[in-house]
Design a protein around this ligand. Structure first.
Ligand SMILES: [Zn+2]
Ligand SMILES: [Zn+2]
Length: 432
């Protein structure tokens, strides 16, 4: 989903949970569903086994959201992560629990397409699981379903209840599924994330919504599944701001004096983080930071007979949006003249890639972008006193890549401004 939290984070649970809440809510675009009235929605057109129904729309697709950017990455990565109707959920646990959450939600959609009505999502160590039974599938609009479910978390001490529930479910809804019941095994962090997602979504189900609990479901609670998208960069920018102390999350922290790249509330947190921070801190020590300005695109040659606004728009399709229906982005881009890219990194230092186009002679511009591709822009020689020095770095021993590109640490200092650490080569193996 994109909200970067290091695996070995020392943020306390309540801070983490708050960030997770924000991320989960944003990923479902939930702000737009605040007035969702479940009782008034139509049923989603489900396919019926053996019947050709042109109105039916597969849920495995409808429950997935992706950005074009992500789709491209998926396409070019060797392991195609897009779950298809025939894919086995849980076959390839994701390295990123947020992607995992999206896969599980899509997999439940696929299960419904196949005639299933319930499943158990269990942690790989089998210490916890969630029983989920689908109550109804409704349509918010034609590409957005909402799946109303009953769910209950089980742990080792309630494992017997879980087994009993499974056995009763199998009697009522097994034939379509062949192997009796759907058992989705995922890393335990994903099961926790799914549980938090269900808890957060529970408030969308009105108290009087009919859910028809069975006798063994007294402790089940209603909630909904909504499509989960990768966070778009506007949402990430909101989450990335004001992170406070890098260790404990406390507000009012100050920067590491040596590298200026991390924030601590005090000496105690700084000491605790030193073993991890040491390397990047030393590699930036004493570096020379230069200001640069960039713009979204190169000046376009005017095309006779074409409205300049039109050419601009064509070069400006927002590939970062997670709204894959394209409804809002086109109009938003048209109305706003050159909005600055969202600042997804907040006050943090991040890596940028600078590259020049293959050309004869001295380049007149460099392209630059960050790893997340939250922005991509051009730094023009004529606007940047530091251009020649940066180009010399690229050609020099700290550049690499045949003088065509290099990586550098940067900080966002304005809408169209960065501060770049000129003479320190980031220690990184990841090439992008
Ligand atoms: Zn702290
Ligand atoms: Zn430092």
């Amino acid at each position: 989903m994109g909200g970067d939290i290091p695996a070995d984070t020392k943020l306390p649970d309540d801070v983490l949970e708050k960030r997770l809440r924000e991320a989960i809510n944003a990923s479902q675009n939930k702000a737009t569903f605040s007035s969702l009235d479940l009782g008034s929605l139509q049923k989603w057109p489900m396919a019926t086994a053996g019947e050709l129904d042109t109105r039916a729309r597969p849920l495995v697709r409808a429950m997935q959201r992706g950005s074009i950017d992500e789709a491209q990455r998926l396409l070019f990565s060797s392991g195609n992560r897009v779950l298809d109707a025939g894919a086995t959920p849980g076959a390839s646990p994701s390295a990123n629990p947020f992607i995992g959450l999206r896969e599980v939600v899509a997999a439940i959609g696929g299960l419904l397409d196949d005639g299933g009505t319930w499943c158990v999502v269990q942690s790989e160590d089998e210490s916890s699981s969630i029983g989920i039974r689908v109550v109804s599938v409704l349509e918010i609009h034609e590409d957005t379903p909402v799946i109303v479910v009953l769910y209950r978390p089980f742990n080792r001490s309630s494992a017997k209840d879980c087994a009993q529930w499974i056995s009763e479910q199998s009697k009522s809804n097994a034939p379509a599924l062949g192997n009796g019941f759907i058992h989705i095994k995922r890393p335990s962090i994903e099961v926790k994330l799914l549980l938090l997602y269900l808890k957060l979504n529970a408030s969308l189900v009105p108290a009087d919504f009919p859910v028809d609990k069975k006798p063994n479901e007294a402790r089940f609670k209603p909630s909904v599944l909504l499509p989960v998208a990768p966070l778009d960069f506007d949402a990430l920018a909101k989450i990335a701001h004001n992170l406070g102390c890098s260790v404990c999350g406390k507000k009012g922290a100050s920067r590491c004096a040596q590298c200026q790249t991390v924030w601590y509330c005090g000496a105690e947190c700084q000491r605790a983080d030193w073993p991890d921070h040491k390397q990047s801190c030393k590699s930036l020590k004493g570096g020379r930071w230069v200001p640069i300005t960039f713009q979204e695109q190169l000046p376009l040659p005017s095309i006779p007979g074409v409205d300049p606004k039109q050419t601009k728009y064509m070069s400006n399709i927002n590939k970062f949006s997670s709204d894959f229906s394209g409804r809002s982005t086109a109009t938003r881009k048209f109305e706003a003249a050159d909005p600055p890219p969202p600042n997804v990194w907040g006050d943090r230092v991040f890596m940028i890639k600078l590259q020049v186009a293959l050309s004869y002679g001295e380049p007149g511009h460099m392209m630059l972008y960050d790893r997340k591709r939250s922005f991509q822009g051009f730094m023009l020689r004529k606007d940047n006193p530091a251009f020649a020095e940066l180009y010399a770095e690229m050609l020099g021993p700290r550049g690499g890549f045949g003088g065509m590109k290099m990586y550098r640490w940067a900080k966002r200092t304005g809408d169209w401004e960065l501060s770049v650490c000129l003479d320190r080569q980031p220690q990184t193996d990841t090439k992008w």
